[in-house]
Write a protein that binds this ligand. Structure first.
Ligand code: SAH
Length: 343
């Protein structure tokens, strides 16, 4: 079994270079090829000798994302890619254009084990974690194809990033490196369904990224019915971790709340949510539930959504309604899915 060289952090690559008895400057050269240029083969590394390239390819492989399909939204220029990985598995990624630049929504796993009842990503089950190289390759492949520089990352694609914690940390270290994509931590958002132990681990790292929590319910009764993770980490435990996260890192945690008709969108749900979040400096993003055919959830009416938002605001909670992008290409929140490997 070869190792994905693109999954190594600069520290790990330095060690690997030392173990191969190579001069230490080689590590930086190789790192730049992988992370700045986005090489997909050792043959592209033209300042390395043929011998060295062969030696590297005996031990390592370079993960990459091949474009299997590409969908462009006619409504808002959002682009969705279906990428094929080296082992034939598939993942999806979405690129959105904002006034401030391009944002990519990356996947962190092939499939998902979290089982949220409104989400498409979990329908075909969980297959495996992505390597740090595979998470990053989504950015390189999209940048190359679109001919643009991506400046912001949201980890809101398929999978639960905190369930693939160490690979996600390696990915963050690589995209943040000045000899790689050099994307600032403040331009990176991690979304989690609420794996509290990992939130505490992340807190210790004191990174300047944005942490956002998929909350989607004001109490344990509704949350446990729709999000199985709540059985392990109930809502009060989760919110306590979020408060501590904010205090420790100085970064305000934000929340996502998907509005589903007759499930979590009543006035009393809004009041209960406001009282749960009272006193914490937070922002809540309301997402009208997106259609996932197999799930059959119904979107709350525009009127109910605005009513919900106003109750939160009246109670001192900062709330916005998320604009839906890529609706015509199934590229919106919760619509990305793990397709079965062909053949
Ligand atoms: N596993 C992580 C990352 C996924 S992010 C997490 O749970 O946060 C995708 C976001 O879209 C999450 O907030 C998710 O709960 C939300 N989502 C899932 N299905 C949705 C749907 N049908 N409509 C709107 N949002 C949805």
């Amino acid at each position: 079994m070869k190792t994905d060289i693109k999954a190594l952090t600069i520290e790990e690559l330095n060690t690997a270079v030392k173990e191969l008895s190579l001069p230490s400057f080689r590590a930086k050269q190789i790192y730049k090829w992988l992370h700045e240029t986005g090489c997909t083969s050792f043959d592209e590394m033209t300042n390395l000798s043929k011998d060295l390239r062969n030696k590297l390819s005996d031990i390592f492989y370079i993960s990459c994302c091949e474009i299997e399909d590409k969908y462009v939204s006619q409504l808002d220029d959002t682009v969705k890619y279906l990428f094929r990985l080296t082992d034939g598995e598939y993942i999806e990624s979405v690129i959105m254009k904002y006034k401030y630049g391009y944002t990519i929504c990356v996947s962190s796993q092939v499939g998902c084990k979290m089982g949220c009842t409104f989400c498409a990503s979990t329908l075909a089950g969980f297959k495996r974690n992505l390597t740090a190289g595979e998470i990053e390759s989504q950015i390189h492949a999209a940048q190359k194809d679109l001919g643009v520089r991506i400046s912001h990352i949201v980890m809101m694609g398929i999978g639960e990033p905190l369930d693939n914690y160490s690979n996600v940390l390696a990915f963050l270290s690589n995209v943040n490196n000045e000899n790689g994509l050099n994307i600032g931590m403040r331009n990176i958002t991690i979304s989690t369904c609420g794996i509290v132990d990992r939130i505490y681990d992340l807190m210790e790292r004191d990174l300047q990224l944005t942490l956002t929590i998929s909350l989607h319910a004001p109490n344990d009764e509704i949350r446990s019915k729709t999000m199985p993770v709540n059985n392990k980490y109930p809502i009060d435990t989760l919110l306590k971790a979020c408060r501590e996260y904010g205090e420790k890192t100085g970064r305000r945690v934000s929340f996502e709340y998907t509005l589903i008709k007759n499930v979590n969108d009543s006035e009393s749900n809004a009041l209960e949510l406001a009282s749960k979040l009272k006193g914490s400096l937070c922002h809540i993003n309301l997402i009208p539930v997106n259609d996932v055919e197999e799930r059959g959830n119904v979107r709350s009416s525009r009127e109910d959504i605005i009513k919900f938002q106003n109750i939160l605001k009246r109670n001192g909670i900062n709330a916005t309604i998320r604009r839906t992008l890529g609706a015509d290409i199934n590229a919106s929140c919760g619509q990305l899915r793990h397709l079965k490997k062909k053949g």
